[in-house]
Design a protein around this ligand. Structure first.
Ligand code: SF4
Ligand code: SF4
Length: 260
């Protein structure tokens, strides 16, 4: 690509483990092409001469957990033509947005931090980034899958909209000819979870925990009822549903079942 046609790109991380940025950094075989195909204006995990210039594409990982992050997120949105959420925390809020427990956020927060005084940050309930700004595209995963990320990135820098699978993990699991864990009464979230990981957990006899986030049109009530039939308690099911799916699954749970 000619130098003057290259997009200006920034990568940012909010609350999370940095696993999505690390997935990119650890893709050594693709890193040179990635770096040379665009102008990387900001990538604090990988370079020190970052700037706050206008961007064609901002890639954002992590959820928003304090007022200062919310302001920074809005500032990035203002100077970016496209905003892409990468990873479960940015897309759905991650484990820090699971709203576990029946009490409100203030009480849950106090239970962990007591009356601690936060001098530099003003904590708020952790939420995915689209609660604060418009998001143009979502690349899910915990962390993202490198192949899926670079496929999407190659499309985005050429102003094409990538397509990512809209079927559940179960489809990939069946293609791999695994025995179904759910039918054995094991709490697997494959039917509710977007695919893209090649069903890696059930292929190793481990249930899917939902880390890719909810698949479009996930039939939450059907899986909920099936798990209850298998003898799992409502509390066990709710806890597992919320683990990685944050507000992505809490909304349909509230709507369909009214069980929070
Ligand atoms: S093991 Fe899990 S992911 Fe695989 S088919 Fe059964 S429910 Fe779906
Ligand atoms: S099988 Fe489920 S928990 Fe495992 S990586 Fe895939 S989406 Fe995540």
């Amino acid at each position: 690509m000619l130098e003057n046609q290259k997009k200006d790109v920034g990568l940012y991380g909010f609350t999370g483990c940095n696993g999505d940025q690390l997935t990119i950094i650890h893709s050594e075989d693709k890193l040179l092409d990635f770096w040379q195909s665009v102008h990387i204006k900001s990538f604090s995990l990988a370079k020190s001469d970052n700037d706050d210039s206008d961007l064609d594409i901002a890639l954002v990982e992590g959820s928003i957990s304090n007022q200062e992050q919310a302001e920074h997120m809005k500032e990035i949105r203002k100077r970016s033509k496209k905003l892409i959420a990468i990873g479960n925390c940015a897309c759905y809020g991650g484990v820090q947005a699971m709203e576990l427990g029946s009490k409100g956020w203030d009480q849950r927060f106090r239970k962990v931090y007591g009356d601690a005084f936060f001098e530099l940050r003003t904590p708020i309930e952790s939420k995915p980034i689209d609660v604060f700004v418009d998001v143009d595209f979502y690349i899910p995963g915990c962390p993202i899958n490198a192949d899926q990320f670079f496929y999407c990135f190659a499309h985005l820098i050429q102003d094409h909209v990538p397509t990512i699978p809209d079927h559940p993990v179960c489809a990939e699991c069946r293609w791999r000819e695994n025995d179904c864990l759910l039918l054995k009464g094991i709490l697997c979230l494959g039917p509710l979870t977007a695919s893209g990981c090649n069903a890696v957990c059930p292929s190793h006899n481990l249930p899917c925990l939902g880390c890719w986030g909810p698949v479009e049109e996930a039939n939450v009530s059907s899986e909920f009822n099936l798990l209850k039939e298998k003898g799992l308690t409502q509390e066990e099911i709710k806890r597992r549903f919320r683990m990685h799916n944050g507000s992505g699954i809490i909304k349909p749970l509230k709507k369909i079942l009214g069980v929070l």
